[in-house]
Design a protein around this ligand. Sequence first.
Ligand SMILES: Cc1cc2nc3c(=O)[nH]c(=O)nc-3n(C[C@H](O)[C@H](O)[C@H](O)COP(=O)(O)OP(=O)(O)OC[C@H]3O[C@@H](n4cnc5c(N)ncnc54)[C@H](O)[C@@H]3O)c2cc1C
Length: 326
Amino acid sequence: MRNIAVIGAGMAGCALARRLVDAGLSVHVFDKGRAAGGRMATRVDGRRRFDHGAQFMSIRGNRLAAMLVDWQRAGGVAPWPQATRSSGEGGVRWVGVPGMNALAPRLLWGAEVSNGTTVSAIGADRLGWWLACGSGRLPDCFDAVLVTIPAPQAAGLFANCAGVDATHFAETVRRIRYAPCWTLMLSFDVRLDAADCLRFEPGGVLNWAARDSCKPQRDAASECWVVHADPQWSAAHLELSPGQIVSLLFEAFAAALGVTAAPVHQAAHRWRHARVVEPLGQDCLWDGVNRIGYASDGCLGERIEDAFDSANALADRVLQTGAGDG
Ligand SMILES: Cc1cc2nc3c(=O)[nH]c(=O)nc-3n(C[C@H](O)[C@H](O)[C@H](O)COP(=O)(O)OP(=O)(O)OC[C@H]3O[C@@H](n4cnc5c(N)ncnc54)[C@H](O)[C@@H]3O)c2cc1C
């Protein structure tokens, strides 16, 4: 096994690519986004930077802790002291610098990457695995295809897979459930009189708000805030327009913090599949006969580390299978 297709370039796809490239395999990563990172996303607007997906990474296991040493040495991550809890497991909160999406390109070194490519179908024939996007079949063939996209989209690929029956994968990943999240990005030309990180009681409009501009290597003067709506509120307002969401969330934010200043920048982003609420409880899926696999946060939990661990579990399976290939 030499030539691997990875679909999705979030933490799971990137971590998988890193392991397989390091093992000497040829890896091609496809992602529909303009940049790699997935839900570890950063939106840049001039000097303003908003991590509008994952806010930070906490670490509980040895595997991610070991990687973190390298990433920190290379300047890819730094602790976020303002969000760090003084005690408990995973107390230190780590952020990508200068943005949460900074880790993805580091992990992808050595892999071929096609951004802006939405994979709409997969299949296998006598030449191996092929992928298709809107404009038709892609030219390359692969020895294995590894899917790392959120479960509802993955289920569609598995259910319609040509040449190999992957319906059992489709049925399995459909068990993973997500909660949505509307995110508000705000910037002010004055400093708000508020703590850097705020968590709100469940059941209201807001879930979390943080001064992103106090993260390491950000422009502290840009007074950037990221506000996450409550999951239930997000679900109830999922189909509103971004403009409507900006008004509603800003009103709630201003009332909660006593803000009277008007923002100089505001935007909303909808995450339909933001946080996993029902994971699979299985570290990954791998069919070593047909060479098709699945990894994502949803296999194990709701955090970046879960995506990382799932990817590494799948990489272990792929490499064990490949070792018998000669
Ligand atoms: C608002 C929010 C806040 C969060 N906060 C935290 C936090 O503080 N700490 C924490 O640990 N975790 C947090 N998370 C969760 C964390 O972001 C995820 O657990 C993790 O990033 C998931 O990684 P993944 O690789 O499994 O999936 P993703 O990051 O979703 O990656 C999947 C990739 O697949 C691509 N894709 C999808 N469909 C296709 C297709 N058909 N073809 C090609 N590409 C496709 C997408 O563009 C995406 O890049 C948060 C998430 C959100 C949304």
